[in-house]
Design a protein around this ligand. Structure first.
Ligand code: DQA
Length: 139
């Protein structure tokens, strides 16, 4: 099984960025642990701060991978381009958020991604990514 985690803007700063919201672990450390816990899965990872690069990656993997775990970060709340990309591909996508976006500012309650995805995991810290991965394994 081939699954990719795609992270959007500012998630490269996990560990340093607002640790009271996002925790103190870097994504690279978490990703290494997650990969070693699921050795039979080809688990890839891509991060970009640039909307078009995220769209290009979704298009690139969207007809050959078994799953996409997408944290579009701030683009969740703004990007019609990313939601159109998810609609255009055949790979099922799970939307993930580290924080509970519904317990935060009103502008984080709107997601352009949610209507286009298979499911959503929100608010479990970095564990949200593993829960999304397990949803593909249980399928
Ligand atoms: C986030 C929530 C978004 O509102 C925010 O812009 C992020 C991270 C999360 O994982 O909790 O950058 O997607």
């Amino acid at each position: 099984m081939k699954v990719i985690i795609i992270n959007g803007p500012n998630l490269n700063l996990l560990g340093k960025r607002e640790p009271e919201v996002y925790g103190s672990e870097t994504f690279e450390d978490y990703y290494i642990k997650l990969k070693s816990k699921y050795p039979s899965i080809q688990l890839d990872y891509f991060q970009s701060n640039i909307e078009g690069e995220l769209i290009s990656k979704i298009q690139e993997v969207g007809f050959s991978y078994d799953g996409i775990i997408l944290n579009a970060a701030a683009y969740t709340h703004t990007s019609i381009g990313i939601s159109d990309a998810i609609k255009a591909i055949s790979t099922p996508t799970i939307e993930v958020h580290i924080s509970n976006t519904f317990s935060r500012e009103d502008f984080r309650h709107q997601s352009y991604i949610s209507p286009c995805v298979k499911g959503i995991v929100i608010g479990f810290g970095l564990k949200s990514y593993e829960l999304a991965l397990q949803s593909f394994i249980l399928d």
